[in-house]
Design a protein around this ligand. Structure first.
Ligand SMILES: Nc1ncnc2c1ncn2[C@@H]1O[C@H](COP(=O)(O)OP(=O)(O)OP(=O)(O)O)[C@@H](O)[C@H]1O
Length: 969
């Protein structure tokens, strides 16, 4: 290297020092001053890690005085460069000696970095290109947001999530039976909408008792950090901001909190949400005469929020009218007349019949073909019908059958708004065994009830039923605190014996009232020293969560959790298999909710339902009614609510009587049983059959699960991450065959997402992640992985390179340049432009004549033949070739622009084809299926317009540049 005073050099190892000036040459030593930072460095001449900064004709350079110069000529004076050109601010022609260049220079563009000697390691260049390829693939992937949840791949859940999450502003009711994973489905939808940019602000409203569980589920399954908003948090934030709800993107609050304070509700309403999610939506009671405050609260939020997801396992729990009203929350234009809705439900039977025939028929009858033609009158289905009638069981016939079914359901099902899966359709659930045990009613209760009946002959039926079902409450009311019912109630001995017999098996005990739960805990503790946790509405949320946690731990924990009714909703206790129904609720949906705590996905054993009851009492009548009429213990009972509504007068009369009436009871049981069977049949053939066909997703659902399983098994992600960790400075140490501990290395290059100083354990294996929740489950959706892509692509890292190509067939010293351009397009995230025009890497491999060989020589193949070179050699090679390479860059840009035009064209075509098709489909469907909202169709048209504009504005950026020199070594 020829050194001369005044020359400008940049440090290869400390480029953040800025541009240095050579200020002294003494013997073999050099002194360089870096004016930007005021630092000085001394180097031995022979091995100084310095690169001379030289510019080229056409470059725009900045002077220390602040003006910029467009270089038109370069001369040398006393070994210093003198740039001549035009000032960009005033157009004057001027000269700029290199000594007076801007000291704060930093090189971001790959060509500047390369020529300034900032040459990255070989593997960094490779990794950067791979990161772009992955990003390109991910932006188009339909599985984005679905793969990364810590969950088993359950097809019906994935199907619902995929179906709903890809919609703009989805408005749906998720009504799977208890414990089939509605929370997971909602989480998947939220996750996907957030990752794809379709939503950014989400408000979740849940019963207070489920707040913590939701918080934890969102975090551990989806890596979503929600903030809990309650009185305290809102009061606190209000000191700093006018609307506390504007201070977080993902908010979780309780229905009790938001519906009971007008100010918070109004503020929540005026904050801008993309998605509103409401769990246990059966709490939103409504009738033509009266809308509950909870209903009105959610109604006001739903009016101003584009996407609304309601969840309930028991949509009819507060009556069919309330169910209708909740659908009205989702689409008020469509659901305005209750009677019309009821009539429409009747029609589902005909559609379900046709769907069933279509599914089961081996050959297509003329009648069935005609029915299908009438039901799908707006579309031409002749091809499918011909295929079905000709081909028997071929693949083509199966496909035609599926297409016809999809068209039928699209037009006549409720699938766009309501999803319901049942245990019957999902299968694989454990059995439920009812174990009723008759006990003699103690005298104390008999006497208390006698007195109660005498005193309350004219009191309302409900009060007398209550007394008969809960004699302990009557007794306690008479006796006051002087005596405790649990001292003599035989259910206590029964319970303690049961617990001791099965020790250490976990037992969930559910009773209706908090007072009963407290008394039971006391009884267990005092009588037998049995550790029980209690859970009731009188406790704070934190206390309840502690109790649930105390019960769920394996060691040193409670064998029993005694819950009041509040514990029967939403909670996950499927690690237990014993349920004690200390009393029975009067509402069949509540009974199902209670059993649903154990009968949930994840339950590994058959469930034992222990039911102590008093012989010859109202309790026995209710038990018999549930068991013999509805079979509600052994199976989920879909009809319970309706049967109850119809037979309530007779049932309540029996339950409120002072004496049993076995004849009337037998009659009621037969009557309810017949109703149940009839309704069951109707549901199976009608509404529910359709819902099931709509909701479970059939073949599509299975394919989704299979595709994700394939992605899970793919080694691309681990390979990519291992390289990224090595490069960025993250140590990896195996913890087991499928997990490893990551820790920051000393040379960690940046703040790495999710990596604490003490380390973090990660796995790429879904099963490991499911079994060990303290381990992070890495997928392409995980923030650590997306964060790694961001770091690699937003930094300069790997955007320059020099390599040798050992190839004797080529003249030694000949060279190539490899350029990676990126197609950049900025558009609002909600448009998901990446589906059509993702950030596409455009690669050119150009020889010295400017000929592009990229199409013939793919990256991987070429890369494998290359050899890395040391930094100094690389720098020398670049210096030697700089003047030859520089002019080639302009030609390359022209070639890349040509490719950009083609990519734009292809993206436009893809977008228009897909959106026009969807628009046409929805427009045609809207003629026959009013569940399709006009806004959805308008939205597609507006999107198409916007996307056309944005695709037209796509541009190119040179992202990385590598020089390859042929060698014969
Ligand atoms: N795909 C899955 N992988 C692993 N666990 C799951 C999956 N789906 C559901 N679960 C577990 O099964 C239980 C029931 O799921 P979830 O709470 O989502 O059901 P739900 O339908 O909302 O129940 P409920 O009707 O009681 O509110 C939970 O413990 C949940 O974590």
């Amino acid at each position: 290297m020829n050194f001369a005073l005044g020359q400008r050099w940049i440090s290869d190892t400390e480029s953040d020092l800025g541009l240095g000036t050579l200020v002294a040459i003494e013997g073999r030593m050099l002194t360089v001053l870096f004016p930007a930072t005021g630092e000085t460095r001394q180097y031995a001449q022979a091995e100084a890690p310095l690169t001379r900064v030289t510019f080229n004709i056409g470059d725009e350079i900045k002077s220390a005085d602040g003006f910029s110069l467009l270089v038109t000529a370069i001369a040398e004076s006393h070994s210093n460069l003198v740039y001549s050109g035009t000032r960009t601010d005033n157009g004057e022609k001027t000269e700029l000696k290199e000594t007076f260049l801007d000291h704060f220079i930093s090189f971001n563009k790959p060509q500047d970095r390369l020529f300034a000697g900032q040459i990255d390691r070989f593997d960094h260049f490779t990794l950067r290109y791979q990161a772009w390829q992955q990003q390109h693939r991910l932006q188009q992937s339909a599985l984005r947001g679905l793969q990364g949840a810590r969950m088993s791949l359950i097809p019906h859940q994935l199907y619902i999530a995929e179906e709903v999450a890809s919609r703009h502003a989805p408005r749906v009711l998720l009504a799977d039976e208890v414990g089939l994973g509605k929370t997971i489905e909602a989480g998947l939808i939220i996750h996907q909408q957030l990752l794809c940019g379709l939503a950014s602000r989400v408000l979740i409203v849940v019963p207070e008792s489920l707040q913590h569980q939701w918080l934890v589920e969102m975090l551990r399954r989806f890596n979503l950090h929600f903030s809990v908003f309650d009185e305290e948090r809102c009061q606190q934030s209000q000191l700093d901001v006018s609307n506390p709800f504007d201070t977080a993107q993902l908010v979780l609050c309780s229905l009790e909190f938001i519906s009971s304070n007008k100010q918070w509700l109004e503020q929540a309403q005026s904050s801008d949400w993309d998605l509103l999610v409401v769990d246990e939506a059966h709490h939103l009671a409504w009738s033509a005469e009266h809308a509950s405050k909870e209903y009105r609260c959610i109604e006001s939020l739903a009016q101003d929020t584009a996407g609304v997801i309601l969840l309930t396992a028991t949509p009819d729990q507060l009556g069919h009218q309330s169910h209708f009203a909740r659908l009205r929350l989702l689409d008020p234009d469509r659901f305005f007349d209750y009677q019309a809705f009821v009539d429409e439900e009747q029609r589902y039977q005909q559609i379900a019949n046709t769907a069933n025939q279509l599914l089961s028929a081996t050959a297509l009858s003329a009648t069935l073909a005609e029915e299908l033609r009438q039901l799908i009158s707006d579309a031409d289905i002749s091809t499918e019908l011909t295929l079905l009638s000709q081909s028997g069981q071929t693949d083509a016939a199966a496909q035609a059958r599926q297409q016809l079914l999809a068209k039928l359901l699209d037009r006549h099902g409720t699938g766009r708004i309501l999803f319901r899966n049942s245990r019957a359709s999902i299968k694989g659930f454990p059995l439920r065994h009812a174990l009723p045990v008759a006990l003699a009613m103690p005298e104390q209760y008999q006497n208390a009830l006698k007195v109660h009946h005498n005193l309350n002959k004219n009191s309302p039926v409900a009060a007398r039923v209550q007394a008969n079902l809960f004699p302990e409450q009557v007794f306690q009311a008479f006796e006051g605190s002087a005596s405790q019912w649990w001292q003599f109630d035989p259910r206590i001995d029964y319970l303690t014996t049961l617990l001791k017999q099965h020790k250490p098996a976990k037992f969930l005990v559910i009773c209706a009232a908090a007072a009963t739960a407290l008394a039971l805990e006391e009884a267990l503790r005092q009588k037998e020293g049995i550790r029980a946790a209690v859970f009731h509405e009188g406790m704070s949320i934190m206390e309840r969560d502690k109790a649930a946690a105390y019960f769920s731990q394996e060691d040193y924990s409670a064998q029993v959790l005694v819950c009041s009714e509040i514990g029967s909703e939403g909670r996950n206790f499927q690690f237990a298999r014993h349920l004690v129904l200390f009393d029975l609720p009067l509402n069949p949906d509540l009974l199902e909710q209670r059993i649903g705590r154990l009968d949930r996905i994840g339950q590994q054993h058959d469930i034992q339902i222990h039911i102590p009851y008093f012989d010859n009492s109202a309790q026995q009548v209710l038990l018999n009614w549930y068991q013999q009429s509805l079979n509600a213990f052994a199976h989920t009972c879909q009809t319970g609510r309706v049967v109850y509504e119809q037979d309530a007068p007779a049932l309540l009369a029996l339950l409120s009587a002072s004496q049993p009436d076995t004849a009337a009871e037998a009659q009621l049981i037969t009557q309810s049983q017949q109703r149940h069977q009839q309704l069951q049949q109707q549901l199976e053939q009608g509404r529910d059959k359709l819902l099931e066909l709509n909701s479970a997703g059939g073949e599509r659902a299975r394919l989704l699960a299979a595709d994700i399983a394939k992605m899970d098994a793919d080694v691309q992600l681990p390979m990519f991450m291992f390289q990224a960790w090595d490069l960025l400075g993250v140590n990896q140490e195996d913890r087991s065959d499928t997990s490893m501990v990551l820790t920051p290395a000393e040379h960690l290059r940046c703040a790495y997402p999710g990596l604490a100083d003490e380390g973090v354990t990660v796995t790429f294996d879904r099963n490991t992640a499911l079994a060990q929740e303290d381990i992070q489950f890495l997928s392409w959706d995980h923030p650590m992985v997306t964060g790694t892509l961001d770091i690699l692509l937003n930094d300069n890292l790997g955007n320059t390179g020099v390599a040798l190509l050992p190839n004797k067939a080529l003249p030694v010293g000949s060279y190539f340049i490899e350029l990676i351009y990126i197609v950049e397009v900025s558009a609002p995230a909600g448009l998901q432009i990446g589906r059509y025009l993702p950030s596409t890497p455009v690669r050119l491999l150009v020889d010295k004549t400017g000929k592009d060989l990229a199409a013939k020589v793919p990256f991987d193949h070429f890369n494998r033949q290359l050899k890395p070179v040391g930094r100094q050699t690389a720098s020398k090679l670049v210096n030697a070739l700089q003047t030859l390479i520089h002019p080639l860059l302009g030609n390359c840009e022209t070639a890349a622009l040509q490719q950009l035009a083609e990519l734009r064209q292809a993206a436009l075509h893809k977008m228009q084809h897909s959106l026009t098709q969807e628009q046409q489909r929805l427009t045609a469907l809207r003629q026959v299926n009013p569940l399709i909202r006009a806004q959805e169709i308008d939205m597609l048209a507006s999107q198409q317009q916007q996307l056309t504009d944005y695709i037209g504005k796509a541009r190119l950026k040179l992202d990385a540049l590598r020089v390859i020199v042929v060698s014969h070594d």
